[in-house]
Design a binder for this molecule. Sequence first.
Ligand code: HDD
Length: 734
Amino acid sequence: MTINPGPPEHRPHAPLVSGTPNPGPPVEHGRDAKDAALDAARAPDPNGALTTDQGVRVDDTDNSLTVGDRGPTLLEDFQLREKLTHFDHERIPERVVHARGAGAYGFFEPYASLAEFTCADFLQEAGRRTPVFVRFSTVQGPRGSADTVRDVRGFATKFYTRHGNYDLVGNNMPVFFIQDAAKFPDFVHAVKPEAPNEIPTGASAHDTFWDFCSLQPESTHMLMWAMSDRAIPRSYRMMQGFGVHTFRLVNADGRGTFVKFHWRPLLGTHSQVWDEAQLTAGRDPDFHRRDLWEAIADGDFPEYELGVQLIPEQDEFAFPFDLLDPTKLVPEELVPVRPVGRMVLNRNPENFFAETEQVAFHTANIVPGIDFTNDPLLQGRNFSYLDTQLIRLGGPNFSQLPVNRPLADVRVNHRDGHGQQTIHPGHGYSPNSVGGGCPFTMGGGRLPEGVFQHYQERVDGRTIRRRSPSFADHYSQATLFWRSMTGWEQEHITAAFAFELGKVVDEEVRRRTVGNLVHVDPVLAAEVARRIGVPEPEPAELDAPAQEDAGAAGPLVSPALSLEHLRGSGIRTRKVAVLVGPGADADQVRAAHEHLGALGATVETLAAHGGELPARDGGRLVVDRPLPTTASVLYDAVVVPDGTGVLYDAVIVPGGTGPDLTADPDAVRFVTEALRHGKPVAVLGSGAGLVRAAGAGDPTDLAGVAVRGPGERADEDFWDGFARLLERHRFPER
Ligand code: HDD
């Protein structure tokens, strides 16, 4: 029986009234206006008596109402019926794509006013903060799928501006698979698990995806990105975001400027390697979700810089590709990215379902100062997102859900519908006289600030159903991407094609894909063909130059596309494992924690079991995690101090005389994987033995391995040097 802890706190819910006063601009620090708005929707303090939905207190929630001890359950048990009925209806349809995700609140603040180009409220004033909610996601897998699959990542941002909600619904890659929204259902049916058996989960390595892409060469550029390490990010905190389409900024005078949006993570853009990503999916399917949550909970707030590429209207046709084609990017060498502000994610949601699951993004949620272009992919999206929320969130009132509710005043003539929560005053029609003509519109002449008006684009043409000839070049930018990669990036892309196509059963699909790759790079095509066992392209095909049409011009190489140039600086939040056994050098363990910790890394001591271990100097070493509960793939670097021989992403081996970790298979596997995945490793004294036990030979011969010989002091320079290795993140050339 539940003990009643006393009367519940009296905290009535004020009904939402349309047109309630604007809570005003968000405050500069602490809880912002969105937090205050969410407070209003929060359930009463749970520290009170359990009630039914009707507020009736419940005396027992564990037993059904029955006739006697062993008799039938009674229909009159309204508490049981309510409990079961609500439970039976807990699930809503998951998103048809991007079902798996994680979200966070934060704020955006501009560095300077962008008023010259846009009257968008959130870009007007340096330092003025606008609350945001961001949801990151994978595309293919269902809600319960693993985080580290090879896939595009969604990067969707809702800005709660004073002039209404603005949604920037982007991805971590700057282009897309298709050019026209009419192809989206086909594309998604092809990439999703196959219809007969719903296999595979969270993977594009299957026949229907490659069948579609091989027949739809416009996907080639995006395929290059999807086969690159961009598709296996290290963290949501370490990936770029892109608005993909060309949008339009509009200033107070109605002047338009084309714009491409970019998010750049301050921690640098980093990826896993394929073997690591696959192992991580087993070790921690929630790897990215957990990483985001823990970073925010620990106060390591993820930060991204918003950048824009601005293109004057008169330059619309100045490029060797069509700005409206979403399979094309604008090389940064042609139009530099101008930094305009920063976004900080500083608060985790309180309830995953209420916030992260129910958040509803919509590409057509734009605000004064931002407008669309005629990109046919974007135009279709502008229909689809609203449409999907109607089924997913059960009706037309989803924008009243707390996470979706604007901070700006909402006065509408919409009425009723499922889930209506607003008590609307007035009659809901316009024009009216009985309500004094309210709510009124603000049309006519030069509009006051904060009123939306579309950019007045001149459009003229016949009604046709055909792809624009200016969209015809499908290979030039795929080639640009390929040529912009370093050697190791090219090898990873080649291996990814070989892996994915190696899983494809239909040989014709494999051949066709290789036939498309010939137009990207003949050597790539030949190597993929060799690895998947289809005939190598004929010499004639190998000579085929990249498509020589209008699109073939442009820069030959764009360094900005390579991960090699996106590393960022510092080692903040990198995870370092220190592998120890009994007899490890406590000074070295302490130094690793202190030096790397002071630079912002998270350092953990791992050993065969939890608790404590004797150190070489007779002291005790506190173990943060037992090795069997963790794995190298969950760390960025390993330190194996002397006296041990260990198992992390970066290994520090302190010198010492304790039992040899080389005899511990967990420890050997840990270091083997760290080395195989190109992670920085530090070995001190006898710790070097663990690298040898991992079959990697002499540690001094290995890139990214810091070594201190027996008896050598690991001074500050040593740890600073190791931090520089960690800053680079990976040594794929190893
Ligand atoms: Fe989409 C969700 C990004 C093309 C239709 N999309 C969705 C999400 C992201 C993107 C990040 C998840 C939002 C969230 O976290 O709730 N989608 C993109 C990008 C695209 C793109 C960057 C190309 C540039 N999408 C696209 C097309 C269509 C859709 C062409 C349909 C015509 N997308 C949807 C959708 C989803 C969606 C079916 C599923 C759930 C949702 O909208 O809310 O409407």
